[in-house]
Design a protein around this ligand. Structure first.
Ligand code: MG
Length: 258
């Protein structure tokens, strides 16, 4: 009897502060995609110089990631051969086969890539030629047909997806080649896994500045806020978005490690 008597008040004492703490804060409201999308102001449209018919030749010290012949430098996320289609010196997203990524991994780099939205594309907003380029496999630079196609500005072509819109809209129209030139600085991390220095990106589309040493806040989530996850060197990853419009092609991809 004596031990039971003692047990009850001790249990009460321990449980009271816990209960108070549990009810102190309301439960987090679940995030919806639209909560991190905004539509205004729309970046000014700038007409770039004529789309070059021929690919720009890579500099002598670049690692060639695609030279028009094969996808030997690329794999799917499991390390198996990339299943996208190679034809006429370009490769094209093969819907449903998943993202592809470089077999090599990188830290700081300068990257050149050319991409083309097919002529006669249909669909609107994000369902119109959606792909994406992930820096270190983590941070998406959006690829989308934003030629006379408005969407939320932090999800348009050249945005750091769901974070920072591009300075301007510098699209070539469907059927013409666009180029991205990207300068990327990888993050460094503190012992606790947060950024000591955040990742940064500079991006030119068709020779026009879209991102000027922009700080990347964390992962580029479709739903919710960016997350900071510790990581090391990573691949260049291209997105098989699976939107219903016609697939995007790529050519002339090279990288210079910095
Ligand atoms: Mg995308």
């Amino acid at each position: 009897m004596k031990s039971a008597f003692l047990f009850i008040p001790v249990t009460l004492f321990l449980s009271l502060p816990l209960t108070a703490q549990e009810t102190k804060y309301p439960e987090q409201e679940p995030m919806k995609p639209a909560m991190t999308e905004y539509w205004q102001p729309q970046p000014t449209v700038v007409t770039p110089s004529k789309s070059p018919e021929k690919a720009i030749v890579a500099p002598s010290d670049a690692l060639i990631l695609f030279d028009g012949k094969d996808l030997s430098q690329w794999s799917n996320s499991k390390g198996e051969p990339a299943a996208w289609t190679v034809s006429d010196g370009v490769f094209t997203v093969k819907k449903g086969t998943g993202d592809i990524q470089t077999r090599s991994i990188f830290n700081d780099f300068q990257l050149h890539i050319e991409w083309r939205i097919p002529e006669g594309i249909t669909g609107k907003s994000q369902a119109r030629g959606n792909s994406g380029l992930f820096l270190q496999g983590m941070y998406e630079i959006q690829i989308l047909d934003c030629y006379e196609n408005e969407t939320y500005v932090n999800g348009q072509t050249g945005s750091v997806y769901k974070q920072t819109p591009p300075l301007v809209n510098a699209m070539h129209k469907p059927g013409e080649w666009n180029s991205y030139d990207i300068i990327y600085t990888a993050p460094t991390f503190k012992k606790d896994g947060t950024y000591r220095t955040p990742p940064r990106v500079t991006l030119l589309q068709n020779g026009i500045l879209l991102q000027n040493n922009t700080i990347i806040l964390g992962t580029t989530e479709y739903i919710g806020q960016p997350k900071v996850k510790e990581h090391g060197a990573g691949p260049i990853r291209l997105q098989d978005h699976g939107d219903p419009s016609a697939p995007i092609s790529f050519r002339n991809i090279w990288i210079r490690e910095l």
